[in-house]
Design a protein around this ligand. Structure first.
Ligand code: GUN
Ligand code: ZN
Length: 424
């Protein structure tokens, strides 16, 4: 059975950080043909309707069909503490995050939040996330099971911490290795699920734990590895005290086999010249979390890195202050402005789709609209509120039509979401 989605269609044939807006392809009266979970054709609506008269039509009018949004760094267990007031990173972790993560020892609570979280992100147009969990294996089972029942492509791994966390929220080097390995073998490659080796960050892992996870990564080299890097200056000073023998923060990972292609570093704001050069040379991925970086007061990511390595975009729920990748694009624009770099709407939406897919090494499967790609699609109403509608009335280009939705849009702008070829 084939479905034919009609609307404006936005896809990318190149990288807009290299090619500018010419990297985007806009079909004003376009169509996307979906069969068995895949996109099998895209092009002008007239042509596709003629070629596929049997297909079921879904007419989205002047709405914009784009690849589903990909949130490349989140903590689903922080769903219920999003938008907690007044703390910076270390105090925020101790005051809000760790007490909440403690609750995930209860599998029923983990299942409840996993379900609530995926419902929320789907309502916001996000079709794939790469998530941290808690130290509890049950929290990993909960999110993978919830994603599997929705046919979502999802990345997750057990968050490992063996120091500087409260009693009840610490594992050991050995148990982190054993539990991660067991969960990896259980979930990695099952349906659309991928396991990600996940040391939380150097302050909460001993060198022995980082080494054990480096060993695990050598045994399963096609997995991704995610962690945090140089988010706040206090955190960096703490890492310097904890690892006196390391050259810098990145070296605490590098020394244990946790730096190469497939490594994803969240934040990466306050980098030394050596760290930048090594990240580029190693082919690592960075994940920009702009609402988090302003909300927790971390700093301004340097987007010029986007031409030098893979950069994804993320909410960092619940350090980030919103589930919406539209709001996240708006924050990326604002951070760019503060650094004198006005990101083009093509660059913003590319970051939330192809950019995040590339960061996850998944760009041949998700993040774009082209024949052969998996059919994860988000349909944006470009006039979802009176405020946005009136701002688009004189728009002459797609970018003028789209930018008010990027800046002011929320879940009301999400007209429909397709996951694995089915409307949700
Ligand atoms: N660094 C280590 N853990 C976390 C976390 O949960 N959120 C953020 N924003 N930074 C972190
Ligand atoms: Zn994070």
């Amino acid at each position: 059975m084939a479905d034919l989605l009609l609307g404006q269609v936005l896809s990318f044939t190149a990288d807009p950080f290299v090619a500018g807006e010419a990297a985007a392809r806009h079909e004003s009266h376009g169509a996307v043909l979906v069969e068995n979970g895949r996109i099998t054709a895209t092009g002008p609506a007239d042509t596709l309707r003629r070629k596929h008269p049997q297909a079921t039509l879904h007419d989205y009018g002047r709405s914009l069909i784009t690849a589903g949004f990909i949130d490349a760094h989140v903590h689903y267990p922080q769903t219920a503490i999003i938008a907690s007031w007044g703390k910076r990173l270390i105090d925020w972790l101790n005051s809000y995050t760790f007490p909440e993560e403690m609750r995930f020892a209860d599998p029923a609570y983990a299942a409840e939040i996993a379900d609530r979280y995926l419902n929320l992100v789907t309502a916001h147009g996000t079709t794939t996330v790469c998530t941290y969990t808690t130290i509890h294996p049950e929290s990993v089972d909960a999110i993978f099971a919830a994603a599997q029942s929705r046919s979502m492509r999802l990345y997750a791994g057990k968050t490992c911490m063996d120091r500087n966390a409260p009693e009840g929220l610490r594992d050991t080097a050995q148990s982190a290795y054993d539990d991660s390995k067991r969960l990896l073998e259980k979930w990695h490659g099952a349906d659309r699920l991928s396991y990600v080796i996940t040391p939380r960050f150097s302050p909460t892992s001993t060198p022995e734990q980082l080494a054990a996870l480096g060993q695990l990564w050598r045994e399963y080299p096609d997995c991704l590895m995610q962690t945090h890097l140089s988010e706040q200056t206090d955190e960096i000073a703490w890492v310097r005290d904890l690892f006196p023998q390391s050259r810098d923060y990145l070296d605490t990972y590098e020394a244990q086999g946790l730096l190469r292609q497939g490594a994803l570093y969240g934040h990466a704001i306050h980098l030394t010249d050596r760290e930048r050069a090594r990240l580029i040379e190693a082919g690592a991925s960075l994940v920009h979390c702009p609402t988090s970086n302003t909300f927790i007061g971390s700093g301004l990511f340097d987007m010029t890195l986007a031409t030098q390595l893979r950069v994804g975009l993320a909410t960092d729920t619940g350090g980030g202050s919103n589930f919406s990748m539209l709001r996240t694009m708006a924050a990326a624009y604002e951070v760019g402005q503060l650094r004198g770099n006005a990101l083009h709407p093509a660059q913003l939406i590319w970051l939330a789709t192809v950019g995040s897919a590339r960061a996850l090494h998944a760009e041949t499967r998700i993040g774009n609209i082209a024949a052969g790609m998996e059919a994860d699609l988000t349909i944006l109403d470009l006039a979802s509120t009176p405020a946005i509608e009136q701002a688009t009335r004189r728009a002459e280009t797609l970018w003028q039509q789209l930018f008010p939705t990027i800046m002011m849009g929320d879940d009301r702008a999400i007209r429909a979401v397709w996951i694995n070829g089915k409307p949700r």
